[in-house]
Ligand binder design. Sequence first.
Ligand code: NAD
Length: 310
Amino acid sequence: MDTVLVTGGAGFIGSHLVDELLRQEYGVIVVDNLSTGNVENLDPSALLYSWDIREFKSLEKLFQIHKPSYVFHLAAQISVSESTKDPKKDADINILGMLNLLELSVKYGVKKFIFSSSGGVMYGEDPERIPTPESCKENPISPYGISKLAGEKYLNFYSIEHDLEYVALRYSNVYGPRQNPHGEAGVVAIFTKRMLEGREVTIFGDGENVRDYIYVKDVVNANMLAMKRAKNVSLNIGTGIGTTVNELFNKLCKFIPEYSMKPVYAPPRPGDLRRSILDNTLAKEMLGWEPSWKLEDGLRETVEWFRGKD
Ligand SMILES: NC(=O)c1ccc[n+]([C@@H]2O[C@H](COP(=O)([O-])OP(=O)(O)OC[C@H]3O[C@@H](n4cnc5c(N)ncnc54)[C@H](O)[C@@H]3O)[C@@H](O)[C@H]2O)c1
């Protein structure tokens, strides 16, 4: 069976991908500096190198030893607000770190490079269409979004110049078990944890901001299909369905019936988009992928997981 490298494999999405790769009997190598990831997330059958993707020499040793056939690149600085405060650090990890992996993927003959990009930040505040297809103009406004778009542009360059095959997956808002509830994003994880602890939930703005929530297992399926299908393309991975934050809160209340507090409304956060919904038609055509988890089912499973954790 092929050996596969997963960067960011101790993180939220990466650890679910590792589980599926192991289930399908791939040999799995993980590079993760554990800055936001957690060893507890990771199946011990995966081989973990707690390294930083910015360390080219260490990475090269790993490529020499394991010669991975596929690279799933998920390691990233994922905070939009951190990226605004420190654009250089964001670029150092998200652009230069990725270039290390691209250089080594070419040198060691990787068959395909699958990149975790972002559809949520790719099309900016006012896309030409909602749900937004890939044909709409990219217009990221944060350094994080700019670094994701730069990553896709570099993939295009390496595919033309060095025949490296790739698929870039532009996720909408991913949620599910193991998501970090202490970040600024990941509203499902943040709300669920606070509600289970009987604490106040803060909604920024009027709660009518709309997002496209995709369950982590659907995202894993898209990654698995991208290994074998489609090449040299960026694909939206979302449901095409919009949900407001108020609706999300009410749905969570159904699964946490002991919670009786009302949400607290705070001023909107600068830079928060009003509406973000992705058109997933191209992923359906090119990967044969479609989301199979209804929001209610995904939320139920997520709440159960958070309950079991405490
Ligand atoms: N969660 C979402 O809604 C979402 C949406 C769009 C795109 N994405 C992308 O998906 C990927 C995974 O995100 P996630 O939500 O699982 O976040 P996460 O923080 O759980 O995972 C990121 C992982 O990368 C590791 N990492 C960070 N910097 C590193 C470095 N310099 N060297 C090595 N490892 C490093 C972290 O320790 C962590 O385990 C990211 O690339 C993110 O940008 C996520």
